[in-house]
Design a protein around this ligand. Sequence first.
Ligand code: PGA
Length: 327
Amino acid sequence: MKLSLYSTVLSIVVGSTLAFAPSSFSTISSSPQHRNVQTEIYERKPFITGNWKLNPSTKGEAIQLATEIVKSITPDSPDVALFVPFPFIETVQTVVGDKITIGAEMVTPEMNGAFTGGTSAPMLKSIGVQWVLAGHSERRTINQESDEYINAQCLALIETDLSVILCIGETLNEFENDLAGAICAVQLKKGLQGISKEVIQAGRVAIAYEPVWAIGTGKVATPEIAQDVHFKCREILADMYGQDIADEIRILYGGSVSPDSVDGLLMKPDIDGALVGGASLSGESFGRIINFQPEVSQEQDAVVGGDEAGKKPGVVKRLAKKVKSLF
Ligand code: PGA
């Protein structure tokens, strides 16, 4: 399981070398001349995802876009997924191979039967889909999907052995009335009802915090605002599942993410990736977002040790962020 491979408990002693062991507790020998500060942190592999929505218009254009995007994938890339319209799923899977995960933008909660226009979780699984979005704000508003319906979608996906990105977020009015945390709490608690700790630990659930006022508006939340809500979301998840499990869940930010804003957002300790709409429709823009470049100071580099064998730079940079946030 990709997430568990990279969801690693790390121990850091300032100024010491850093050990990294996937899926296990990793200890670090403390050096007496350094500050005696030891902190356990969880590392989460960045997850960069694109949501094509009702785009592009033709299969030919979908092939072209996927062909451009996949060129940006390197062995050092974070986890990358594209959520594409149903008719393009298999074609785009063929274009990107195993370099990018191709997911679906929604699912019908029922498994089969008289539900005209529906697409079930078993259907998606049968064509090799692993990840599916649930609760996107456009579906909450345009299709009137309720928290109960979204929860049924999540449960259907989990029952079918698929994975879900649960999208949550407040409206502008709610944001202005300081209700972001409260709205996220309701949507998290209702959306994830009935999903077990074991499923979360298996890395089969990610959260996308997408303030409605930032989606498709060009008004990206500042890294500070996003971090604040992500932190609150993790507190809510800790309340639901315990701190250890909450620390393993990847929480992505979505809402007007662009090549200009991605680096600042991904610098923040609780922002583990992005759900990108408009900018995922350009190979160049999405390629830059995939290859985000959090600024890492020389001091942080020194603490992290730069060239840890077997680690992807994205992971090393995430760790550097954590170090900065801790000290
Ligand atoms: P946007 O869309 O990046 O175009 O704001 C994000 C989303 O709706 O997931």
